[in-house]
Design a protein around this ligand. Structure first.
Ligand code: C2O
Ligand code: CU
Ligand code: CU
Length: 561
């Protein structure tokens, strides 16, 4: 497939005008100007392919500061969305956008990790001090759509919005981030994202059985990739290529810590891993430095909470928006041993590019890629790198064993389910707002006033995501309902060793999900049960969670009537 350069530039014209937070992010909308200019030597020090660079203590959630826990069930809260300067890169202050909350005792929590139990009431008023529209979306929660952060209900600058609802979801690791029309990617990238942890009895049972404590041995970890300039400011490329491919950064942050390490004891840990990146997918494995061998670990939870039982894995894919909960056993490790959480190399399957940049198959684009856009990142998509370094500090005695059952996952009821094809492809024109090249769903880009899909309340459907062969992987996400994955067809070869369950399923497909990665050429079937108790007609979104794809229209409204 040949794409003409002209079409790329036209597309850039559409997306290149959205940087409006003066000075907040270095704009990079022109293909001839390189702006991510961390110098060669500078980047050597943060290059995540080199484990030696992992020298920053991991930011651990505490009771204040960045990612502090907030017990949200007690009182109405006020969440202030505002710019803030934080030291992300040592010795530099990075301009970020943050959520802030002042607790009664005068402490400030930045990007609070909300903690609630199933059945609790959440009541938080957002104040928007961002200087532009925003909304808050509570990713994974089943909510009345007026609470869901739909972009048709923007909270304008200086405005407020009260998000109040009952938490109906199972225990699990959910999260929240902005969802304003066409600027979701940039706002989330600038720092607006955190966890929403729901606890229930199953969760309590496993933490008691394994002597796990949230914040100490049960750790929420958000993985994000960013681009920084040499002043420590975030760069957000708006060029065509980055917008079309999605932003991939070359600095890896965990809990906003670059190149982090964590001192651990020789015991079992629970990690709640969130891919909070705009576009990068990770192939996660724990590698023991001694012998460079994969350390098997246990998958115990997915987007919508605990699985029925633990599944032993040695690697898994985590795409943007997805969460996994895993148990890592370090009992047999020696003092001072090192384990690296890595993203292993894989084929990112950017098949639509047809080898551009390497073969020069698309004239002009090779150069453009060299200075800007996705290839501006010094960390190519699919390349191997480190994420977090674990160092065994103390040998301790730990004798707990992992319970054989964790929770109950009912098999989906498929009786009278109708099938609905959802085709993912690229369009060479005719997209919304004049964009010449865009990702489309069933041939269309997002229109706020169109509702291409209507489903009946209490009905059941099977949605078939069909990704075309000339495509890239798309993590498909639904608001409003969790779903179960029924089947994968025509999966790429690199999934084969992981697709060891019936119907081509992966271990990560065995629980409740709100986001599922659909690879090029693949068809993924999910089952949906549209029962809920929210009054009146409900409008939800379904979209690709590559946030640049979402902003550029790879999204649609669906109504529940
Ligand atoms: Cu986490 Cu509509 O997205
Ligand atoms: Cu969502
Ligand atoms: Cu996509």
């Amino acid at each position: 497939m040949k794409l003409k350069r002209r079409t790329f530039l036209k597309y850039a014209g559409v997306t290149g005008t959205t940087l409006s937070l003066g000075g907040l992010l270095s704009a990079c909308g022109d293909s001839t100007t390189a702006t991510s200019n961390v110098t060669g030597t500078g980047y050597n020090l943060i290059d995540p392919t080199n484990l030696v660079n992992f020298k920053t203590p991991l930011n651990l959630p505490g009771n204040q500061g960045l990612l502090g826990f907030v017990d949200a069930a007690k009182v109405p809260l006020t969440l202030n969305a505002k710019p803030e300067k934080l030291e992300i890169i040592k010795g530099k202050k990075t301009d970020l956008l943050t959520y802030q909350l002042n607790s009664a005792d005068g402490k400030t929590v930045i990007n609070p990790i909300f903690r609630l139990k199933t059945g609790d009431t959440f009541d938080t008023t957002l104040t928007n001090n961002l200087g532009e529209d925003t909304t808050v979306h509570w990713h994974g929660l089943s909510l009345d759509w007026r609470m869901d952060g739909h972009p048709s209900m923007p909270v304008s600058k200086g405005g407020n919005y009260r998000y109040t609802y009952t938490v109906n979801n199972r225990g699990g690791t959910y999260w929240y981030h902005p969802h304003p029309h066409k600027i979701t990617a940039r706002q989330a990238y600038a720092g607006l994202a955190s966890f929403f942890i729901v606890e229930d009895e199953d969760n309590q049972r496993i933490n008691e059985a394994l002597d796990l404590k949230l914040g100490e041995t049960d750790l929420p970890l958000v993985i994000q990739d960013k681009l920084f300039d040499d002043k420590g400011q975030l760069v957000y490329p708006t060029d065509t290529n980055s917008q079309f491919m999605g932003l991939t950064g070359d600095t890896i942050l965990v809990n906003l810590t670059p190149n982090p390490y964590l001192e651990v004891n020789s015991r079992l840990y629970r990690f709640r891993l969130l891919n909070g990146s705009n576009a990068r997918t990770y192939r996660l494995a724990f590698i023991r430095s001694k012998g460079e061998a994969k350390l098997p670990y246990w998958l115990i939870g997915t987007d919508g909470g605990l699985l029925d039982k633990p599944y032993q894995v040695s690697e898994l894919f985590l795409s943007p928006g997805e969460r996994v909960e895993v148990l890592l056993e370090l009992q047999t490790l020696d003092k001072d041993e090192v384990v690296a959480l890595k993203s292993l190399s894989f084929d990112p399957m950017h098949t639509e590019m047809g080898g551009m940049g390497n073969t020069g198959g698309m004239s002009g684009m090779g150069n453009m890629g060299g200075t800007m856009g996705t290839n501006n990142s010094r960390l190519e998509d699919g390349k191997e790198f480190n994420i977090l370094k674990l160092v065994v500090k103390n040998k301790v005695s730990y004798t707990r064993t992992i319970p054989p059952t964790l929770s109950k996952i009912e098999a989906p009821n498929l009786v009278s389910s109708v099938s609905r094809p959802i085709v993912l492809s690229q369009s060479m024109g005719g997209g919304q707002s004049g964009a010449m090249m865009s990702w489309v769903i069933n041939g269309k880009t997002f229109n706020m006033d169109e509702f291409p899909v209507t489903v009946k309340r209490n009905s059941r459907e099977i949605w078939e995501f069909r990704n075309e062969a000339l495509s890239m992987p798309h993590p498909m996400h639904l608001h409003g309902f969790q779903f179960q994955v029924l089947e994968r067809l025509n999966s790429p070869a690199q999934l084969k060793s992981l697709a060891t369950f019936e119907k081509g399923l992966l271990a990560t497909d065995l629980g409740w999900k709100d986001t599922v990665l659909v690879w090029p050429g693949e068809t993924v079937k999910i089952s949906l049960d549209f029962s809920h108790n929210f009054e009146g007609e409900q409008t939800y979104l379904a979209h690709c969670h590559v946030l640049e794809h979402e902003d550029n229209g790879m999204m649609f409204n669906y109504k529940v009537v």
